[in-house]
Design a binder for this molecule. Structure first.
Ligand SMILES: [Fe+2]
Length: 345
């Protein structure tokens, strides 16, 4: 596995770049906006291809790099389903897998620091966001934080991982880089409590000042979505209500860009083809399946995904590849459901 721990000095944030070779797919956890140039340079130097940018939760102390990375690399943005961010390409829930080629991280919902906090687990390590820090825990006094839930997330989930599991948090303010579950159990002062009440009491009495960046970072991080209006302005978007007429229409090819897990959970628009977003480019290039389909049958390519973000990028890419009929369903399956569109299994 290729693994890099990256640091932003201003917010003391750790970001993590992960990959495992052959095709070079990579993902980044908790990227910081100001460091995006550095990440892109590193991805290039390591001959990787960034396919997912993931936030463990909505950050209050720095602006996320998710939007900028999406705009510059066309990667998929990923957060938990509880997030208040406006548009995220893919939303995860407890028990999901966060996957790239050759790697699958177990997704565990660990609320408490915020109500959208997730941790990601590999066999030898866990990315804990701000739920569990090295010799500390994330504060629980804003963003729907809840120390009772955090106790359950830490004691009920994270500390149940094997003692040797490496702990990689989203921040460290003292210069530590990594710990283990066993070490934190034994030496984390916040975890030396006898009951949930004692933990709640301890967290209640921290009396921390708000993060300096909070008033800037939280609103910015809630507005990371790709502007789908631009795609609509060019006439490349259909509302979910209008798209309903295309089910069963031989002149249209509905193309689902989501992953298998998303299709299983939310259902499929009847009659659609499945072309996962990471394989889009090869499919729309000359000789690719969608390129052939559009050219030989004159079918209109109608992309869709979960919220319209991947499909908006797909429309742009298909138009760039000369497929002038390409359009997408604005707002994705989320909007489709709200418009009462039919879904199959
Ligand atoms: Fe945080």
């Amino acid at each position: 596995m290729i693994f890099r721990q990256l640091f932003d000095q201003v917010s003391s944030t750790y970001s993590y770049l992960l990959a495992s070779r052959p095709g070079g797919e990579a993902l980044i956890i908790d990227p910081v906006l100001e460091k995006v140039d550095r990440y892109i340079q590193l991805v290039k130097e390591l001959d990787l291809r960034l396919v997912k940018a993931v936030d463990t939760h909505l950050h209050a102390d720095h602006i996320t790099g998710l939007g900028a990375l999406r705009d510059r690399t066309h990667c998929t943005t990923v957060m938990g389903e509880q997030t208040k961010a406006d548009v995220i390409s893919m939303r995860l829930t407890d028990g999901d897998k966060l996957t790239i080629e050759g790697l699958a991280l177990d997704v565990i919902y660990t609320p408490g620091h915020t109500d959208d906090s997730y941790s990601f687990v590999l066999p030898d390590r866990v990315f804990t966001g701000d739920t569990l820090l090295i010799r500390g825990t994330g504060r629980t006094d804003f963003q729907n934080g809840d120390s009772r839930q955090q106790y359950a997330s830490i004691f009920g989930r994270l500390l149940k991982l094997p003692d040797a599991t490496l702990v990689y948090p989203a921040h460290d303010y003292k210069g530590d880089t990594v710990s283990t579950i066993g070490e934190e159990k034994a030496f984390n002062p916040r975890l030396q409590v006898k009951s949930v009440e004692e933990y709640v009491e301890l967290m209640h009495n921290l009396k921390l000042a708000n993060p300096k960046m909070m008033d800037v970072a939280v609103p910015a991080n809630m507005k990371v979505g790709l502007a789908q209006e631009e795609i609509a302005r060019r006439g490349w978007a259909l509302s979910a209500a209008d798209a309903r007429a295309l089910v069963g229409d031989p002149a249209a090819a509905l193309i689902d860009l989501r992953e298998r897990s998303e299709r299983e959970r939310h259902g499929i628009i009847p009659g659609s083809l499945h072309v996962p977003y990471p394989s889009l480019q090869e499919n729309i290039s000359k000789g690719g399946m969608l390129n052939e389909l559009a050219r030989s049958t004159q079918k209109r390519l109608v992309f869709y995904c979960a919220f319209g973000e991947r499909s908006a990028m797909a429309v742009q890419a298909a138009q760039d590849a000369g497929l002038a009929s390409a359009c997408h369903i604005q707002g994705g399956v989320d909007a489709w459901k709200k418009a009462g569109g039919p879904l199959a299994n």
